[in-house]
Design a protein around this ligand. Structure first.
Ligand code: FAD
Length: 580
């Protein structure tokens, strides 16, 4: 008998998880407060620009129905007006994304996904779910996931004050879907404009219910001149107000809008969001626990355009955790660990970056944005950080690190090498992924992700891997007597991301770890462990080659995690060579 799971909320995360689970043979009940028809014809709720990694999670489930018809977003551009006013820009740069982004209007996407859910024999219940409904669902299902986004039901989950620095909205939002806008020169992009002290405006191509369009997003500092939607009564007034703002603050964006019209009367939205992180588990009055997902647990201001990306990534992690759980009970421990995988390995970094962008920019951030005009690889790093904000650590947050990154990229540019292009070329070499672990003198475990692992010699049995010279764990790997190599299996990509993130709480529970021979921490669920004596290190460029002699090893069945061309992959036998 298939396992029974209920999901409340048919948004980006709820539908993606529901479709993944029905595809894997689970009996899924999805509660939506809107029918597919109501989703399709209602008001827009978001601008939903999704970057490469999030789109990949949809493709993996066969849900990318709009890959051909949706205009690509090929890059990010950044501009800030000159303090002297007029048409002059103080900062102006653009960089291409490694993989194009896409924005499919959620009215189109979610209504079609909901129909697909029913076609795949999912059970749809249309109602505004309340606590009594959750009780009923909890009594009939083994797991209840609440994915109600910004809906009131999320209030069931207690606010985590420590993780939520803001108690009031930090921006007044305005969304305007238009067509007829002049494309920006060069390549298509999210054109991000920062008007210090007043707010931000970004605009990008998208696909809406009646064809291609551009989505304008206004983020006004509360009480300032871009916090100006309260007296707007009609869609026509909303468009007129949007154009007035552009004419006044961003003349170069206004120039693109001579021929624009609204896509439809529902292509507008105004509102405010209080960025809020919640506890992931709520107890119903009966004592039954329910688990929050995506915005219901981790709600960001849209300023960095991360919400639906986060939703897709959390749905991917929750899906994997359910599939990997076999027949075991979905108890509170499993729920907390599932959320921790998402929070510790990914979401916490997105939240702190987004909250930093909401605050007035620190001087070193202004320096970074200015330097990106001169250093294309820095512009590229900032643009591509939108796909994975963990890459902003630590340099977005630390003046010294920012200076170091600027100098390193400037030096590379002077040598005529584009580091991103070089990295892309090197990324054509597919590798497995390992986490290398050791114990510091004080007993503290350390771990880093490495795909530079290689066998070196069979007699004696030697392996090698390479560690960046600026890695905070380098002193430990220089001093430790032993280290462990953990070869990750296909489902462990979240651990790869977690152990690749500087400053993350890597041993906080997201990875199951035990002590191996010589006290080396070993990660569970991997394909192989090698416990190595630390025999030699060789300095080479900005890395150190670490050589170890294998003293113990274990190998387990399973499929490997593969890294190729900047993406995680799984292997399949070659069809031309494997006739059996
Ligand atoms: C102005 C604006 C611009 C944005 N721009 C971007 C962007 O450019 N890029 C980006 O990635 N993200 C963006 N976002 C955020 C993004 O839309 C959300 O983060 C994302 O959709 C969250 O997914 P979710 O699954 O958590 O919730 P949602 O997609 O919000 O889905 C929740 C669903 O649950 C339903 N629901 C609520 N309560 C109940 C209930 N009691 N019973 C049944 N159903 C219920 C809702 O109607 C909804 O259908 C933006 C948001 C806003 C407000």
């Amino acid at each position: 008998m298939p396992r029974r799971i209920a999901i409340v909320g048919a948004g980006q995360s709820g539908l993606q998880l529901a479709l993944g689970l029905v595809g894997a043979g689970y009996a899924v009940t999805l509660v939506s407060n809107r029918t597919a028809e109501q989703l399709a014809t209602g008001r827009v709720q978001s601008s939903q620009c999704m970057f490469g990694t999030a789109l990949e999670t949809e493709r993996a489930l066969g849900l990318d129905y709009w890959g051909e018809s949706c205009p690509p977003v090929e890059g990010i551009s950044f501009a800030a007006p000159s303090p002297d006013g007029g048409d002059a820009k103080a900062i102006d740069w653009a960089a291409r994304l490694d993989r194009p982004a896409q924005s499919v209007d959620q009215r189109l996407k979610l209504s079609e996904w909901l129909r697909e859910f029913e076609r795949r024999d999912g059970r749809l219940v249309v109602q505004e779910a309340g606590v009594d409904d959750l009780e009923r669902l909890a009594s009939e299902h083994e797991l209840v996931v609440v994915a109600t986004g910004r809906g009131e039901l999320g209030g069931l989950f207690p606010r985590n004050a420590e993780r939520s620095p803001y108690t009031t909205p930090q921006r007044a939002l305005g969304l305007t879907y238009v067509r007829g806008m002049e494309p920006r020169p060069g390549f298509s992009a999210v054109s991000f404009n920062l008007i210090p002290g007043i707010g931000e405006y970004f605009v990008f191509p998208a696909l809406t219910t009646n064809g291609p369009c551009e989505i304008m997003v206004f983020e006004g500092v509360p009480g300032g001149p871009m916090d100006c939607w309260d007296d707007v009564r009609t869609p026509a007034e909303h468009l007129a107000r949007s154009l007035e703002l552009l004419e006044r603050f961003l003349p170069w964006e206004h120039e693109r809008c001579a021929g624009v019209e609204l896509t439809d009367a529902n292509g507008i939205l105004t509102g405010r969001v209080v960025p809020t992180i919640r506890q992931p588990i709520a107890q119903l009055p009966s004592g039954a626990p329910v688990l929050a997902m995506a915005d219901a647990a981790v709600l960001n201001d849209p300023i960095t355009g991360q919400g639906s990306n986060n939703a897709a990534k959390s749905a991917e992690i929750y899906l994997e955790r359910v599939l990997a759980h076999g027949d075991d009970a979905f108890d509170e421990r499993w729920m907390q660990q599932t959320f921790d995988h998402y929070w510790l390995g990914y979401a916490q970094w997105v939240v702190s970056w987004t909250n930093a962008v909401l605050a007035p920019p620190k001087p070193h951030v202004v320096t970074l944005l200015e330097a990106a005009q001169e250093i294309p690889s820095l512009a590229s790093a900032i643009a591509n950080g939108f796909d994975d904000p963990r890459t902003f650590y630590p340099w977005w947050f630390d003046a010294e690190e920012a200076g170091r990154v600027i100098e390193a990229k400037r030096a590379q540019a002077a040598r005529g090498l584009d580091p991103r292009e070089l990295r892309n070329a090197l990324g054509q070499f597919a590798t497995g992924v390992t986490v290398i672990t050791a114990r510091a003198d004080d007993g503290r475990p350390v771990g880093v992700t490495a795909n530079s692992f290689s066998s070196l010699s069979l007699e004696p049995p030697l392996v090698l891997w390479c560690l960046a010279r600026d890695a905070s764990s380098l002193p430990v790997f220089r001093e430790c007597t032993h280290f462990g190599v953990n070869v990750l299996s296909s489902g462990q990509h979240h651990l790869s991301r977690l152990f690749a993130t500087s400053g993350a709480d890597k041993f906080g529970g997201a990875a199951e770890v035990r002590d191996g021979p010589s006290g080396v921490p070993l990660v569970e669920g991997v394909l192989a462990h090698f416990v190595c004596r630390n025999v030699r290190q060789i300095d080479a460029g900005d890395h150190v080659i670490v050589i170890g002699e294998v003293e113990h090893y274990d190998a387990f069945d399973g499929e490997p995690l593969v890294f190729h061309s900047g993406s995680y992959r799984i292997t399949t036998r070659h069809p031309e060579l494997d006739a059996s």
